[in-house]
Ligand binder design. Sequence first.
Ligand code: ASP
Length: 439
Amino acid sequence: MNNIHMQFIIALLLGIKRNGHIFLGLIFGIITGFFLQNTSSVAYKILDFIGQGFINLIQMVVLPLVVSAIIIGISNIGDSKQLTKFGSKMLIYYGIITVSAVTIASIIALIIQPGLSANGLVRPEIAESIQQYVRDAIVYQRENMSQIFLDLIPRNPFMALSEGKMIPVIIFVSIFAIALTRAGEISRPLVSLFESVFAATMKVTDWIMYLAALGVFALTATSVANFGTDVFEDITKYIIAVCLALAIQFFIVYPVMLKLFSKVSPLKLYGAISEALMVAFGTASSSATLPLTITCCEKRGISNRVCSFVLPLGATLNMDGTAIIQVIAVIFLIQMYGVSLSPVLIIEIAFLAIVASSTCAGIPGAGLITIALILNGIGLTPEQLVLGFSLLFTFERIMDMLRTVCNVTSDAVVASIIADNENELNYELLNGTVPEERV
Ligand code: ASP
């Protein structure tokens, strides 16, 4: 093991030390999950209840947080020149990081050939329900392609808010926030109101985090209990390919990005956000983790100006872990059905994965479902794929937990690079030479 890997492990261990209770929850969750496998016992039901309760609690703060954070973020940035600069930097960095994700995923899938070893082992009832699900999604997308884009513009922003549709909400709130900054002094009271909403939401997040260890324990235990160990052999290569691609992204691409574009030490950043990463793993939701991602980044010196602009947008639009799994899953599926992989087809899959992952919500399971968009793009039908989908779904939850960790890390990496570039990063806080800030 070389030095840099050793340093990463030390950083993660330091993070774990600071958040030892959550880490213990995770470990005990894994152990308990193994004992609960293949049961529908009372213990499982109680843990499921606790886990869902924890996710609901953190999701409760997401909407007020996203709305207030974007409004403060945009109005803090102020003039339109600065906003264009911040916005274009954000898109460029998110773009680079996602393109490397799909490139790595394609290369690894081509080397490992995940679909070749897969052959059928599907329970018919699962197959049927998934078949219906995928068929509906593809039919909807095919018939409503232009409608899908039109739906991103909310005719009624309040309805979009109440339905928790993140992209329409972000579009509306961003336009509204730009208008507020243009309106000048008169908009100050409203911006102050959103500053109060943001502060209160962060306080609620603090309280919810007292339950983090219990929540992560319950969520991990129920996920492990649901492992489909019977099909392990058929999708071993798929699991290896996904884990390898996610590990390369996490241990090589992000640190290289940080080194190339900033002075941020990957070590310090990973230590700073370790609490958010554990919650991302437990909840498999980058939206639900968002309040904590913001808290961790702000406490460790990334300015509120950057966090409140870059992180909420990233939690919805920037999903490289998801893009990775989508590329590998689609290659797994088409290899399993004997479709030959031409370079053009691979590029098409990679491109569609970028689109599909950015329109995918930051909630559990969304990534595998939005694969329908990629499949539709390459003209496949659900009837051909039902067997493969059933295999993928058996290990879906644990894959989701892993890719969500990447999704959240990637947002923090881009936020810290932009903060570095714009002199919005307090290095003393990040490097731990002065105590953490209270947010
Ligand atoms: N669970 C992922 C996230 O929240 C999205 C996905 O399903 O890929 O980031």
